[in-house]
Design a protein around this ligand. Sequence first.
Ligand code: FE2
Length: 258
Amino acid sequence: MLEQNPEPTAAGDQVFYDDQQADRSVKQQGSIERASNYDIVPMFPCPVYISGEKFPVEDGVEGGEQAKQGFREFVSNEALGQYKNGMGNIISENTHILDRPELSNLKDYIQKNLNTYAHEVMRIQDSCEFYITQSWINFNKKGMRHLTHTHQNSIISGCFYIAGGNCPITFFHSSSPRFGMGGGFDFQYKDHNIYNSQSWWLNNENGRVVIFPSWVQHQVAVNTHEETRISLAWNSFFKGSVGDRRSLTELLMNNQFD
Ligand SMILES: [Fe+2]
């Protein structure tokens, strides 16, 4: 049993100029799961974020009915330019949809949650800012699905749910070299948990945004509802500074070297 936090350890194979630099690589300890006779440290997890506060697109939410109606009209107009993307669903022709002035409040809502993910959850310094690159609307009519994919040329991605019944998004661990105890072994498990599962699904809830690392494989189940499932997906990249000048890892994005 761990009676106290163990000493955090620095990355073993990196060379640093001084102790101050070394401290920068120290990993803080995450929460420990305690059982009756052992502890588990769930280190190096993949954080998938679900927004707490809802953006009003639902009936029964203050302002939601009106917003939903406005959203539906907006979406139906955008749908005029929709095309099939070869991934099993339909996306809007406009792939910078959050730049539309009608969606400025939604863009602010998504950006706020993106900032929380990057700076509160991931603890990335504020000198590095994340911004939305592309954004588009997905239409999954009854019988449509969204095949397994990742989001390339993006760091953090997300999906905001607008309309439709429950139609879960599933994330996959099976493409990771860590899966199957590091060898892809097909062990038979007594039951499944976050350590041994090759996939994990989340219900979609209209009015919330789900945020995840862009590299994680995911897919959307077949829509079994009469109502079209509508969601707004987006990608992001960063600007500002990463790395360290003395460590020769400095990278300035959209900045001038001085
Ligand atoms: Fe996606």
